[in-house]
Design a protein around this ligand. Structure first.
Ligand SMILES: [Zn+2]
Length: 121
């Protein structure tokens, strides 16, 4: 499953942050997913418990923010949103552009960590 591999990378990143912060658990993890990343929200939800099993991230809520992909069109001199049916082509005027502005990312936006209070202040 494509999503599982993506989420394993997310979990690894959050585990690193959690370890550095001395966190005992993670409440929630937010990710931003481009519409061309190949990840489907429902599949991300389904793969999340598998990706987090046995890690400090297990039990955390997954907040998925989908980002509509967009290209820069030199003819329109504007960003134009695209979906996967347009191959880096402006949906308004049809100009072919290789300039994807966004849409392939899968980034961690936040991780809410459970960090125990310092016992000695
Ligand atoms: Zn255009």
């Amino acid at each position: 499953m494509h999503e599982l591999g993506l989420l394993r990378s997310v979990v690894a990143a959050v585990e690193k942050v959690a370890a550095e912060a001395g966190a005992t658990g993670v409440e929630a993890v937010g990710i931003r997913v481009g519409s061309l990343s190949g990840a489907v929200p429902e599949a991300l939800d389904g793969a999340w418990p598998i990706a987090t099993a046995g890690t400090v991230v297990a039990g955390a809520r997954l907040d998925v923010e989908m980002v509509q992909a967009a290209v820069w069109c030199p003819s329109c001199a504007a960003e134009q949103p695209i979906d996967q049916f347009f191959a880096l082509e402006c949906p308004v005027c049809g100009t072919t552009t290789g300039q994807l502005v966004r849409g392939r990312e899968l980034a961690v936006t936040h991780a809410d960590l459970d960090v125990p209070a310092e016992p000695h202040g």
